[in-house]
Design a protein around this ligand. Sequence first.
Ligand code: BES
Ligand code: MN
Ligand code: ZN
Length: 494
Amino acid sequence: MEFFVTLAGPAKQRTACAIVGVYDKGTLSAAAEELDKRIGGRIARLVKRGDLRGKQGDLVMLADLTGAPVERVVVVGLGGRNSFKRKQYRKALASALGAVARTSAKDAVSYLGVDGVGDADAYAATRIAVEVVGNSQYRIPDHKTANKRQKPTLLKFGIAVSGRGDRGNAERAIGHGEGIVAGMGLMRDLANQPANVCTPGYLAKAARNLAQQHRKIKVRVLNEAECRRLQMGSFLSVTRGTHEPAYLIVLEYNGGTRGEAPTALIGKGVTFDTGGISLKPPPGMDEMKFDMSGAASVLGTFKAVATMDLPLNLVGVVPACENMPSGHATKPGDIVKSMSGQTIEVLNTDAEGRLILCDAITYARRFKPEVMIDIATLTGACVVALGNHLSGLFSNDDELAAALEEAGRRADDRAWHMPLGDEYGEQLKSNFADFANVAGREGGAITAACFLAKFTDGLKWAHLDVAGTAYLTGAQKGSTGRPVPLLVDYLLNK
Ligand code: BES
Ligand code: MN
Ligand code: ZN
């Protein structure tokens, strides 16, 4: 897909499909008005007849037009002028794209943002358009044998802006939007694969592919023997039950100046989480193939950053393994020693994410990062607390938390700042080791974050629990690509 910015109105801009909006009570947007004058008032007539009221979701397509260089027009209802904000803008564009996709149009131009989007400037509105259009073309890499879905026919997409001064910002937004779409696409491709395809080795291969595609990315993959030499007893305790080899994948993106402290991204890469000996119940267990979403979001963010060629340094650490029960598996009550030297009583083998992340956090310290951010489908408790709309955000640094929260808001990929605290941390007490890996049902997302905090001392750190946001279930089952938009926005604003 190729994107471009245009300042020309629909009376002048040649296209196979112009997308224009009508507000409620049939008020034509400026672009609809301009076009309507040229095509003999056909839009106004629809309004007059009562066939187009401009409510959100209304959709009409006109073809066989004379008077303007457009082959088709998709008219979409925008709702109230004052309530037309980024959410309504996304929805209107998405439904218009549905109509465009049913035609043979190879190109289209959207005028939906020209009159202004309540809470988005030209940059934000253009980036949203690129994300919506780009993501509408995403296809799950399915394994269906029949009815191979066709490639989308739309190849070129124009985004109209109103003022000359907006052109530069809109063009910058296109570059950023394309990076985000590429990153989300990679994340979704990885997370949507079944666990018998997307193994720890597959993730390592995906990281190596990234390094091959982008000159500024370097990858190193540590095998289990190397992790043992590093004394990653906690990480290795999780992989004991499986035959699938585990890897610690380490990525570096060097776009900043030499010696500039990097941002470290650490992603949970459990390619399948059965729970281990603390076996999960069968319903919905297939969804635990998504338990590597944190890892996938790290690779996706690297892809985005490299695509945009951002001037910063980034480190990625991805502990990748399976959590399986077997005769070799770690048992409840087993005590393991983490790379940090701290000992952990494994009371529940299903609380495995923190066991692999703690060693990855300790490992990341060697890069002397400015900040560390881990991303993990860590707890069901976080889903109970926040549902599927917001990610859980925890941090030992309020400024970092605020920056990430702000990034989530700007990127429409929100996170909610949750508390940490000694009261919660104390729930992890053990009679047999430095602490346990679980602390009871209450405040489960917070005690999990407190566990991770024990491995960060002295470093700025944030934790994103994306158990509720990284993928959807039910009819929409699949990876969402979140929190790539949040992470990329954070890095863009650094
Ligand atoms: N991967 C799960 C968390 C999860 C649950 C993600 C539901 C997505 C949806 C994690 O490894 C896990 O099993 N956590 C346990 C922790 C508990 C044993 C303290 C949980 O949340 O039940
Ligand atoms: Mn688990
Ligand atoms: Zn898990």
